[in-house]
Design a protein around this ligand. Structure first.
Ligand code: SF4
Ligand code: SF4
Length: 268
C-alpha cells in the first residue's frame, strides 16, 4: 500500500460515532415510538387504525375526539403510519417506562427530551449506592419471549453499554437478586416458573416488565397459551414498553424502579 492509499483511507472524512452511549436518540430511521400528530381526529380515522393495528393499541375518546396510543401494546410495526402518514408519525425517541399502565398511554404528541444512556447510568449508580450501599443484582426471567428483548438486555453487558460500571450485575439465581427483569407475555407454560421465581426472590424486591409482551401480552395477546401480561401473575413495579426496548430505554426503566424504592424508603 502506498502512502497516498493510506491517506485516502485515513482522510476519508467519515467519522465513526465516538461514544454511542453518550448520544441521545439513535438514527432517524429507527422506529422508537408512535406519535399522534393531531389533537382531534374523526371516529372513522380511529376505526381504520384499529382495524390495521395488530395489537389494538389505539383508543378514542368520543367526547374530546382525542386519539391515544398505548405504548405498552404497540410493537412499532409501522402499519398505522403507512395507513395515515399525516396523522401518525414514528419517532426515533423511545417510549419511556412508567410505574403504572396508565402512564404508557399517550395522546397528541407534545414532544419530550431524551437523556443519554451514560447520563441515566450515572444517576442510577448514585441512587443504587444510596439505596443499597452495594451493587444492584438483577435476575432476568424469560417468560416466553421471542428473544428480541433478551438481545437488548444482553447488549447491556457488552463492552459498549457495560452496565456493570454503574454497579449493576446479572445473577444466576433469584435468591441473590434485588430486581427481576421479566420478558415475554408470559406463556402459560412459564406461569408457575415465574411465580416460583418471584417467591424465591428475597424481600424487598422489585419487578420490571420488559417489552410490549410483558406489559400487555404484545403481539401474543391474551390467548389459551399466554396470560396477556406478567402483572396477571406477579406484582409489577415498572413497565418498560418497546418491541424490544433499547438499552437506553431499559436503563431508564431500572432508574424508575430504584426511584420508586427510594420514595417508599423516605415515606417510612
Ligand atoms: S406501530 Fe403497529 S402496533 Fe404500533 S400502534 Fe401502529 S399499527 Fe399498532
Ligand atoms: S416485546 Fe417484542 S421483542 Fe420483546 S419478547 Fe415481545 S415480541 Fe419479542
Amino acid at each position: 500500500m502506498t502512502n497516498s492509499d493510506k491517506n485516502s483511507i485515513m482522510d476519508d472524512k467519515i467519522v465513526t460515532v465516538q461514544n454511542p452511549t453518550d448520544m441521545t436518540g439513535v438514527s432517524s430511521g429507527y422506529r422508537g415510538k408512535v406519535v399522534i400528530a393531531h389533537d382531534k381526529v374523526s371516529e372513522i380515522d380511529f376505526e381504520n387504525l384499529d382495524k390495521t393495528c395488530p395489537t389494538h393499541s389505539f383508543d378514542f375518546d368520543k367526547k374530546s375526539q382525542a386519539l391515544s396510543v398505548d405504548h405498552g401494546k404497540c410493537i412499532t410495526c409501522d402499519k398505522c403510519r403507512v395507513l395515515s402518514p399525516t396523522l401518525i408519525k414514528i419517532k426515533s425517541n423511545f417510549a419511556p417506562a412508567s410505574k403504572n399502565k396508565a402512564g404508557l398511554v399517550e395522546s397528541f404528541d407534545v414532544g419530550t427530551a431524551e437523556r443519554s444512556y451514560d447520563e441515566l447510568g450515572k444517576e442510577l449508580k448514585e441512587k443504587i449506592h444510596n439505596l443499597y450501599g452495594r451493587s444492584l443484582a438483577i435476575r432476568e426471567v424469560d417468560a416466553g419471549s421471542c428473544n428480541g428483548c433478551e438481545v437488548e438486555i444482553t447488549a447491556l453487558n457488552n463492552p459498549i453499554y457495560d452496565i456493570e460500571r454503574f454497579g449493576i450485575h446479572f445473577v444466576a439465581s433469584p435468591r441473590h437478586a434485588d430486581l427481576l427483569l421479566v420478558t415475554g407475555p408470559s406463556s402459560r407454560n412459564m406461569e408457575i416458573a415465574l411465580k416460583r421465581t418471584y417467591d424465591a426472590t428475597p424481600n424487598p424486591k422489585l419487578v420490571v416488565a420488559v417489552g410490549a409482551c410483558a406489559c400487555s401480552g404484545g403481539i401474543f395477546g391474551d390467548t389459551y397459551a399466554t396470560t396477556g401480561g406478567i402483572d396477571r401473575i406477579v406484582p409489577v413495579d415498572v413497565y418498560i414498553p418497546g418491541c424490544p426496548p433499547r438499552p437506553q430505554a431499559l436503563i431508564y426503566g431500572i432508574l424508575l424502579a430504584i426511584d420508586k424504592k427510594l420514595a417508599a424508603k423516605s415515606n417510612l
